[in-house]
Design a protein around this ligand. Structure first.
Ligand SMILES: [Zn+2]
Length: 263
């Protein structure tokens, strides 16, 4: 009951969650991935060649047209190489902005989650609404489990080898497994795989800020394949805390975003 009241209060205080339609005008990703909004979004259709959309009732299937085109092309490519259908999770809300629950990025229409669970057949609407995730990481060992397969590696490569992609977040254990699987082989594309907390049941793809848009690019990914020291630091024992931890206040959205909010 209390959590329901809390959720209702949060929805009421987050005007972005009640925007029913995209903001009209030319497509424009505004601000940053974690403090931004989106004009001229379009929806990803619920199904297409090589993919099925999850949780359609959440209406988090809007994106910058560049993101929608990217996802549809990735799904077609993965279908062509024989992968089962991709399951696409959250993109953005009709006008972007912060989700009321869950992750804090996905605000400017350039982020999308693709699940590691594939769909060998067409899922019913009920199954897509309440899907069971496939977790690839054994938390106790901090390594991938036996569910991690060459199909996942193929998907990650297809997703990363696209000039529109800025970076892809995956669990450190998944990046490590990819580094090990490609030892001695060309693996430059692994640079875009960025180790991050969570992300053991889905990959999170982030596109570059499209030219002429009002978005702020992120610092570029470090040079190299990222299979060295930085990755290994994720597996080192935690260092003792030094000093006091400061909690950063969330960055404010650009003023431009206010104009996109309808009362
Ligand atoms: Zn995400």
């Amino acid at each position: 009951m209390i959590s329901w009241i809390l959720a209702a209060a949060l929805t009421a205080s987050n005007p972005w969650a009640s925007q029913a339609f995209p903001a009209p005008g030319a497509a424009d990703a505004i601000g940053t991935y974690t403090a931004g909004c989106l004009q001229g979004a379009i929806p990803l259709p619920e199904r297409g060649t090589g993919y099925q959309l999850l949780r359609p009732s959440h209406r988090r299937y809007y994106g910058h047209p560049v993101l929608i085109a990217y996802l549809q092309q990735l799904a077609r490519r993965s279908h062509t190489v024989g992968l089962p259908d991709l399951l696409v999770g959250d993109l953005a809300m009709p006008r972007g902005g912060p989700f009321t629950s869950g992750h804090k990025s996905h605000q400017s229409g350039l982020d999308a989650d693709i699940w590691f669970r594939f769909a060998p057949s067409v899922l019913s609407r009920a199954e897509r609404e309440d899907p069971t995730p496939l977790d690839l990481v054994d938390d106790r060992r901090n390594r991938v489990n036996r569910q991690f397969s060459p199909q996942h590696l193929r998907l990650l490569q297809l997703a990363a080898e696209d000039a529109r992609v800025e970076r892809i977040f995956v669990n450190p254990a998944i990046k490590l497994a990819a580094c090990q699987a490609l030892q001695g082989k060309p693996r430059g594309w692994l640079a875009k795989l960025r180790p991050w907390f969570g992300h053991s049941a889905h990959l999170h793809v982030r596109l570059r800020c499209p030219a002429g848009n009002d978005c702020q690019p992120q610092a570029p990914v470090p040079a190299g394949d990222g299979c060295g020291e930085e990755l290994l630091s994720w597996f080192a024992p935690p260092k003792p805390a030094t000093g006091s931890q400061t909690v950063k206040a969330p960055a404010a959205q650009p003023a431009q975003c206010r104009a996109l909010l309808t009362p």
